[in-house]
Design a binder for this molecule. Sequence first.
Ligand SMILES: Nc1ncnc2c1ncn2[C@@H]1O[C@H](COP(=O)(O)OP(=O)(O)OP(=O)(O)O)[C@@H](O)[C@H]1O
Length: 298
Amino acid sequence: MLTVTTISRSFGDHRVLDDVSFDVRPGRMTGFLGANGSGKTTTMRIILGVLAAQGGTVTWHGKPVTQPLRQRFGYMPEERGLYPKMKVGEQISWFGRLHGLSQAKANRNTERLLEQLDLAQRANDNLEELSLGNQQRAQVAAALVHDPALLILDEPFSGLDPIAVDTVLRVLRERAADGVPVLFSSHQLALVERLCDDLVIISGGRIAASGGREELRERYGTKRWELVVDSDAGWLRDVPGIRLISLDGPKAVFELAEHTADGERVDQRVLRAALERGEVRGFTPVVPSLDEIFKEAI
Ligand SMILES: Nc1ncnc2c1ncn2[C@@H]1O[C@H](COP(=O)(O)OP(=O)(O)OP(=O)(O)O)[C@@H](O)[C@H]1O
């Protein structure tokens, strides 16, 4: 497990990271979410040792991350770093060599990755001859070629079409299933919602929320309910302890205070009141989308 503990970093008097702490767990895809300039890339660069923190620690299985250990990490940087005039297959296997693989192993891994990423036909083309989406697949291959123990990917899905997203995702999921912790940043909330097991939300250099996706949904989602009855639900306006969010004839969404003074749950009281008035067609907790969680957390 990778553990980031209270890291901070300033550029001049601009505090970019402030007491940032989170875990990236083995076998999990962890989505790192935040608005532009919130500190995602800076955090990733500190984990990779490209940039020094001014406080706090980064540990791997409880031990400080050293340079030889970082060699075993896989990193896909924001500024994509492949050579435009070098053949795709050659340079991926060269990245493998840089990370200490034998030529034979580097070639084998390259071949397998290009196959998995649907790039095998392009192995002998120069990188610059590939479409941007295919160049990005090649970047993913370069980050994975040495079978890294940890994967840190800065916006790996940006600019990919849905088929390419699925292809890259399949490859990353396979690594996660082998026990590799995967941390990836993204702006594409709907995508992250589908892809990640855990979430870390950063805002203005501070962690706004982190945890399992379902756990966060529960944390942010227990207060909202949707009620569908067989006639106008306008009477809900007068029920104490709730706030009406929307009303559309027989359908209403409302938020509630968790308990009344006498300990009765307001959701149960609303349901009883609805049943007394007629038929209840639906009464369900509203599961928030990641978009809503994100907006509420930051
Ligand atoms: N080398 C640097 N010198 C000065 N300021 C920097 C430097 N690197 C980053 N910053 C500032 O730190 C803040 C966080 O930047 P960072 O790149 O970590 O954000 P981000 O969350 O990755 O943003 P984006 O989603 O736009 O890539 C920004 O205000 C940025 O301008």
